[in-house]
Design a binder for this molecule. Structure first.
Ligand SMILES: [Fe+2]
Ligand SMILES: [Fe+2]
Length: 191
């Protein structure tokens, strides 16, 4: 049984029906080459966050479609943040971050603060027919409490809180030590 099946159990098929078009789409498939951390791609991470968001939304009578879709697209940013040799299989534009001479040194320009907003625009570019304003808002604030320093501030809707919570639960499973927290927050680039 996969980790997603373990999270969803009998709800697996209903979850899959919501996410299948995006998951199987060529652009989303490219996230298999984006590293989330050593052991996991952004593709795998996004699927787990989506599955967990489905589960919490169902339990707490929140909007399942919005929570599931926002969970899937919350890290759908345009350029890979961590380098991995697999990225060479993709177009150069996905590796643009590693070509830039200057690295962003200002805190608010770092990945942790910018990728949520980037992901919301990218989601609109590729999957406008699958999303809505509440999904976009949830994606933009998923890095709460860092979102407080952006113009989008607090998570606004129930599904916004669900995806920010699911993202933390799924991520912290793999980053168990305090030393790893800055990496998770995107305020320290991994070597
Ligand atoms: Fe994120
Ligand atoms: Fe995430």
């Amino acid at each position: 049984m996969t980790e997603t099946q373990q999270i969803l159990k009998e709800d697996y098929n209903s979850w899959y029906n919501i996410v299948k078009d995006i998951i199987n789409d060529e652009e989303f498939q490219k996230r298999k080459y984006f590293k989330h951390h050593e052991k996991q791609s952004v593709y795998e991470h996004s699927i787990l966050v989506s599955a967990y968001s489905y589960k919490i939304a169902k339990k707490h009578h929140a909007n399942i479609y919005n929570s599931t879709t926002a969970g899937l697209l919350h890290d759908f940013y345009t350029k890979a943040w961590q380098y991995s040799p697999e990225l060479e299989k993709l177009d150069e534009k996905y590796r643009a971050n590693f070509k830039e001479e200057k690295h962003h040194t200002k805190l608010l320009q770092m990945h942790g603060f910018t990728h949520a907003i980037d992901a919301s625009f990218n989601a609109t570019t590729y999957y406008k027919d699958y999303i809505n304003d509440r999904i976009i808002s949830a994606i933009r604030t998923h890095m709460f409490p860092l979102s407080l320093l952006t113009k989008y501030k607090l998570p606004k809707y129930k599904e916004s809180w669900i995806i920010t919570l699911s993202d933390k639960i799924i991520t912290l499973k793999d980053f168990p030590t305090l030393k790893e927290i800055p990496k998770y927050l995107g305020i320290r680039r991994k070597k």
